[in-house]
Design a protein around this ligand. Sequence first.
Ligand code: SAM
Length: 249
Amino acid sequence: MHRQQISSIAHSGHPIAAPLSDDSVHALLDRALPHGEARLLDLGCGSGTWPARAQAMRPSLRADGVDIDAGAIAAARRAADEAGLGDRVAFHTQDAAEFTSPHLYDVVVSVGATHAFGGLLPTLKAAGRHLSPGGSVLVGDGFWEREPDRATLDAGFTADEYVDLATTVDHVMAEGWTPVYGHVSTLQEWDAYEWSWTGDLSRWALDHPEHPDTGQALEAAAAHRDAWLHGYRGTLGFVTLLLRRTPTP
Ligand SMILES: C[S@@+](CC[C@H](N)C(=O)[O-])C[C@H]1O[C@@H](n2cnc3c(N)ncnc32)[C@H](O)[C@@H]1O
C-alpha cells in the first residue's frame, strides 16, 4: 500500500488535510477572499478542498490548485466536476515549486504543505512570486506549543523543525509580511483530525478483511496513533496565518 493510498483513505472523513474544523476553514477563507472577480492559487492543494470551498463561497472566483500527487489531483478534479465547478477551478499535477502561470493571484493558499518548499519562509517566498499587488497569503504550518520532549522527537520530528508561535510570527514579519488574521488550531481540532485519520484507516481495514493491504493499513493507523498519543499531542501546534506584504518605506 502506497503512502498516497494510506493518506487518501485516512483523509476520507476529514477532507482538509490539516487540524482545522469546517468553521475555521470558513472563517479563514471569508477573511481572505475578496468579493467580485478574483483569482486563488493553492500550492500543495491535496484533494482540492480549499479551492472548492473558496469557489462555493465566492462564485465569481477562479482558482488553480497544484499538487505533486496525481491521485490527489484526480480526486480534486472528480470532486470539482461533481460540484459543477466547471472550468472555474483547474488542477495541475506538478511540483508546486516549479509551477508557473500567466496570472498573478489575489490569494495564494498553502496549508500543511511547507515541506514542498523546504519550510515556512521559503513557502512565503514562493507564494509571493505568484501574488498580485495587495494580495494575501494564507499559510498553515506547525509550531511548538512547548519544547518537544523525547517522545515527540521519537515520533519522527527534529527539535529545529519548528519554533514557538511568537518566534514563528517574528520570523514571518522579519521576511516582510504582516499578519492580518490568524488561527491557532485547538486541541479539539487536532483530536478531531487525528481520530479521523486513524479511525478512517482502521475502519477501512476492518471493513476489508480479505484485502491484501488490511494488515498494513491497521499497522499504519496504529503507528500514527502511537506517535500522536504517546508523542506530539499537545506539543505540536498548527497555525494558519493570513498575511499581506508589509509596505517598504
Ligand atoms: C498535508 S497535505 C495538505 C493538503 C491541502 N493543502 C489541505 O489543506 O487539505 C500536503 C500536500 O502537499 C503535497 N505536496 C508535497 N510536496 C509537494 C510538492 N513538491 N509540490 C506540490 N505538492 C506537494 C502533498 O502531495 C499533499 O497533498
